[in-house]
Design a protein around this ligand. Structure first.
Ligand SMILES: [Zn+2]
Length: 75
């Protein structure tokens, strides 16, 4: 699997809405991919902040890394 194949599923993964088999594939990919680990970490923090405070205050560095990954499939 490549990063761009995962991106659409990462938020569902963070929300615990993915099938166990697909979760395992994502975890296997993340073991070798710092970018996807950073994205999941950022999404987790964002979801947590939303739940706790009603808004998310994502650190700028984490947001930059998230955007860098999300733009991978652009030419
Ligand atoms: Zn990746």
């Amino acid at each position: 699997m490549h990063c761009k194949d995962m991106l659409g599923s990462l938020s569902a993964y963070v929300d615990g809405e993915l099938e166990a088999q697909f979760c395992a594939e994502i975890e296997r990919h993340m073991a070798d991919c710092g970018n996807c680990r950073a994205v999941v970490d950022t999404l987790r923090k964002t979801v947590y902040l939303y739940r706790e405070h009603g808004h998310a205050d994502v650190p700028e560095e984490a947001r930059d890394r998230l955007y860098a990954v999300l733009h991978l499939d652009k030419p």
